[in-house]
Design a protein around this ligand. Sequence first.
Ligand code: GNR
Ligand code: NI
Length: 167
Amino acid sequence: MAILEILQYPDPRLHLPAVRVDKIDEATRKLVSDMAETMYAAEGVGLAATQVNVHQQVLIIDVSPDRSDLRVFINPEVIRREGMVLNQEGCLSVPGIYDNVERADSVTVTALDANGSRFTLNASGLLASCVQHEMDHLQGKVFVEHLSELKQNRIRAKLKKRQRKAA
Ligand code: GNR
Ligand code: NI
């Protein structure tokens, strides 16, 4: 296992669209296990492959309080969405920034697991928000892009300044 580097907004690589995985093999399972180690080390509830600069449709989520319920989604598709909610979100690629994002209240997702078996999940609450947040990443979209241009400009400036200081 390995901890991978998480791309930081506004890195342009966060905007690359992920391609479908056509064969789930050992390399895919290694990616999933490295992503899990990376997500747990960073104390996130989800991670998309895009964030670790792998532009394939792979995402993981664990919203359990004791970090014992890892869910793996390969080539995920939302097949139902219902309702609207406003929830505060954060992102490991946009550290220290939290804001409200409107999402579907509940979604049904179909995807492949790490063994290539298809499953369908009905999600609501944090799990539903997280699925939508991670699927946005796979399309090259970061949650701040749901906010106003003014907020996006402020966030970009703040993170660039912070990255300059850290360098
Ligand atoms: O850790 C995370 N918390 C979170 C909170 C509300 C909605 C979505 C998320 S996902 C985020 C981890 C992350 O950046 N995943 O891409
Ligand atoms: Ni994120």
